[in-house]
Each structure stands twice: as structure tokens, then as C-alpha cells.
Design a protein around this ligand. Structure first.
Ligand SMILES: [Mg+2]
Length: 271
């Protein structure tokens, strides 16, 4: 049994964006005011998302246009976590980037030199290349992994939904490579710890002073649990009542929406 969450100790929030702050492109009621109140009371904020196609500054522009007070450096994505991982573990080492141009551009802007080392890739990065995953590319990636290259990927999802159909996703290939080579990929998106750890490292707070907020038990809450962080599940976005049951990852606290956080953390009603 974990100790109850002491809201008074919380000095920073790592919050999900979609379904937690915005829904269908519009702010969740009261979320903008809640962010403002939390900031006034000195709560540090980081915003995390598994998006690979948009940079932190593009995401900041989107949130600012909706009325949120955010800065690009406060936004972390599975791509920024990948850049952090590469800098920490593979600086000055060659790798092979199987990523689309927009992801490559974001990595370049984060200081990663995205040039494919075809001779001696010590790691591969698997992005969402969709129809560009042809046999020569998959075989090339397989050969790097077979020769010992580390696998870095943004997620392990085998498929995704679009246009009322299911589509094979890049996580399927990540799983195949892991399986054949009997290795584990480093996954930089939620629910893997990398993104959460990147966020904590950027806040200059102790993990016990930080709480994760999200609407998705399988990415936000499970991710917080894996990273050893406390969490609050908001009952908006992907939330369903069934998620409160023991079959799902359990949060430390629940609240009807992000708008309630100032009341929980600092006994303040947003103004
Ligand atoms: Mg969400």
C-alpha cells in the first residue's frame, strides 16, 4: 500500500496535453485558468505528449493560440526524450535514423546530427515511416540490430486507427527486431520512463515533489507508476469509469478535471 499523496509537498506537475488540457482542439473548461493559478503559486509545469510530428515550439504555438500560458522549453515529446537519450548515451557515435523528415528536422533542431551512418550504426531510431518501410529498409535495420545496434523507438504500438481502419504501425517492426535479436528497445514515449525522467530532470525538483497528471491510465498513470512518480487521473478525455477498477493502473488521486488542481494542490480557486 502506497502512502497517501500529500498535495502540500507537490512543487511541480508533469501534465499530459490531449484529453487533459485540451479536447478535440479546444481547452478543457477551466484548464487555462488553472494553469495561471498554479503558475502564480510557483508550481513548476511541464507538458508531455507522445507526438512525433510536431516540435515543442509548434505545440507551444498551438497551446498559446488557445489561450494557454506555456513556453516551448516546458514541452517535452517522445522526440525530445529521444534527443536527450542520444546525447546521454550515444554522443559521437553513428546511428541510423529511420524517421520521417519532420521528425528528423525536430531532432536536428534539438542538436542531434541526423546523418545515417550506413557502415557502423551503433543504434537505430525507428520512427513512423509508414509506407517507406520497404523490404530493403527493414532488412537494413534488421542487419544493424543483428550486429548489435541498440534499438530506440518512440513507441511499441503494433497498429493504429485511422479512417475507421486499422493500420500497421512502426511498433510492430520494433517488436519483431526485439524478438529476433532478444534485446529490449529503449522506448522514449509514454508509458516508458524516459519521457517522465526527461521532464523531471528539466525541473530541478526531486521526484517526490512532482506529480503526473493525465487522462490515460495506460500511458500517463502506468508511465508515472513505472517511473516511480505520483499521479492524478483526470476524468476527462480518454477517462472511463471502468479505469477506476483494479484491472487498470491505479493513480494516487482522481479529480473531475484539470480545473480542480489548484484547489487540490494549493487550496485555491482559479481566478
Ligand atoms: Mg491524454
Amino acid at each position: 500500500m502506497r502512502k497517501p499523496l500529500n498535495f502540500q509537498l507537490i512543487k511541480g506537475l508533469v501534465t499530459d496535453i490531449d484529453g487533459t488540457l485540451i479536447l478535440h482542439g479546444k481547452p478543457i473548461a477551466g484548464a487555462i485558468e488553472a494553469i495561471n493559478t498554479l503558475r502564480k503559486r510557483g508550481i513548476k509545469l511541464r507538458f508531455i505528449t507522445n507526438t512525433t510530428g510536431r516540435s515543442p515550439s509548434q505545440l507551444a504555438d498551438m497551446l498559446i493560440s488557445l489561450g494557454f500560458d506555456v513556453e516551448a522549453h516546458e514541452i517535452l515529446t517522445s522526440v525530445t526524450a529521444c534527443a536527450d537519450h542520444l546525447k546521454a548515451n550515444f554522443s559521437n557515435k553513428g546511428g541510423y535514423f529511420a524517421v520521417p523528415d519532420n521528425t528528423a528536422q525536430i531532432l536536428e533542431n534539438l542538436g542531434i546530427h541526423v546523418s545515417n551512418d550506413e557502415e557502423s550504426a551503433e543504434y537505430i531510431v525507428i520512427g513512423d515511416l509508414k509506407e517507406s518501410f520497404d523490404y530493403p529498409l527493414l532488412n537494413r535495420l534488421f542487419n544493424y540490430v543483428y550486429q548489435g545496434a541498440h534499438i530506440i523507438a518512440f513507441h511499441r504500438n503494433p497498429f493504429f486507427f485511422e479512417e475507421q481502419k486499422v493500420w500497421l504501425d512502426s511498433g510492430a517492426f520494433t517488436r519483431v527486431f526485439e524478438n529476433i535479436a532478444n534485446v529490449k528497445a529503449t522506448i522514449t514515449g509514454k508509458p516508458s520512463p524516459a519521457l517522465f525522467e526527461s521532464a523531471i530532470a528539466s525541473m530541478a525538483l526531486l521526484p517526490e515533489q512532482v506529480c503526473v497528471v493525465g487522462d490515460d491510465v495506460q500511458s500517463d498513470i502506468l508511465g508515472a507508476n513505472k517511473a516511480g512518480l505520483r499521479s492524478i487521473l483526470v476524468e476527462t478525455g480518454k477517462f472511463e469509469a471502468v479505469h477506476l477498477g483494479e484491472a487498470f493502473p491505479q493513480a494516487d488521486a482522481y479529480t473531475s478535471s484539470f480545473a480542480e488542481l489548484p484547489r487540490l494542490l494549493i487550496n485555491q480557486i482559479p481566478s
